[in-house]
Design a protein around this ligand. Structure first.
Ligand code: ATP
Ligand code: MG
Length: 305
């Protein structure tokens, strides 16, 4: 990892080794909130604590987890598993492995947990892990050994757990769907990562960053973001967070055909286009149009006529 000239941009020198789904080669921390949290991220990275990152979809949880792993001195692999994608029938064997012959004619397998030995296991949407496996996970982490499915003896395995959730695990504990002891184990290193709309100062640096990457891929020089486009990007609510911003910028680059990026190139992030579509839908009930316009004008989303 190296620092680029900008203090807000942390360059990940080995990003090429990451899978395609994690495309960023840098983490942008420009907003004061992100900069404050960055100190927290570095503190967690340097510790041996487990980490629980809570944040909305697409906000950058996995990128943060990868950064934490790279910044630690752990020599083993970073293994990422989406708990919601584990097969319900074979989740235990997928996660903890199985002994040779445990399934007819099969060789033994370490499982994701064993593959992260000496490294970090990133469990995405840990709230989706079946309750019975949550208890087993905690035991494996605390005892530093794992019992593979069908095995007679445990295998020594030492793993740092990095987990992410988009739901509130405290509520899940209260509802009885999340193991309280696992929550307490994880909560030592809790990181609440805010949605993009609460880090407005990150929006334009991220947009410029993605413009640079995609322009380079397309062999173009990066176009400028018009002031009006900048204003719209900063005012949008970004339900899909950074992932959505990345897609919007990629789209804008393709449709702007080398010229400056204008609001009409921003597709879904163009609030005026959204509002116009909503107003069109409301044609059938004209009585709603005027009150809607009034609300939008008052909230500054729509200019005064
Ligand atoms: N701070 C950032 N700097 C640069 N790129 C970022 C940043 N945060 C997120 N990204 C990019 O945004 C996309 C989404 O990030 P990531 O996959 O880490 O989000 P996530 O919170 O794990 O999403 P999900 O909840 O869907 O699993 C990725 O392509 C990532 O490279
Ligand atoms: Mg993710």
């Amino acid at each position: 990892m190296t620092f680029s000239t900008s203090p807000a941009l942390l360059t990940l020198s080995d990003a090429d080794r990451s899978p395609l789904s994690i495309r960023a080669r840098a983490l942008v921390f420009a907003d004061p909130t992100s900069q404050r949290l960055r100190a927290e991220v570095e503190r967690l990275a340097a510790s041996t604590l487990p980490v629980l990152i809570q944040g909305e979809t697409g906000s950058g949880k996995e990128l943060l987890a990868r950064h934490i792993h790279r910044s630690s001195d752990r020599q083993g692999l970073f293994v990422a598993v989406n708990c919601g994608a584990l097969s319900p029938k074979h989740a235990e064997a997928e996660l903890f492995g199985h002994a040779a012959g445990a399934r007819a004619g099969t060789a033994g397998r370490a499982g994701w947990f064993g593959s992260a030995n000496g490294g970090s296991l990133y469990l995405d949407e840990i709230g989706d892990l079946p309750l019975s496996l949550q208890a087993k996970l905690l035991a494996a982490l605390e005892n530093r050994e794992v019992m593979r499915v069908g095995a007679q003896r445990p295998n020594p395995v030492e793993v740092r757990l990095l987990a992410a959730t988009s739901i509130d695990l405290v509520r899940a504990v209260e509802a009885g769907t999340f193991d309280e002891r696992l929550y307490l184990y994880l909560s030592e290193g809790r990181l609440n990562w805010p949605p993009l709309r609460e880090r407005v100062g990150d929006i334009l640096p991220l947009a410029e960053y993605f413009l640079g990457i995609y322009a380079q891929r397309l062999g173009l020089s990066p176009p400028l973001l018009s002031p009006e486009a900048q204003r719209q990007l900063e005012g949008y609510i970004w339900p899909g967070n950074t992932r959505e911003l990345e897609n919007v910028i990629h789209f804008a680059l393709l449709v702007s055909k080398g010229g400056d990026i204008q609001p009409e190139h921003l597709g879904p992030a163009n609030p005026m286009a959204l509002i116009e579509r909503q107003l069109e839908r409301l044609q059938a009930s004209p009585s709603l149009q005027e009150p809607l316009r009034e609300i939008l004008t008052r909230s500054g989303v729509m200019p005064d006529r």
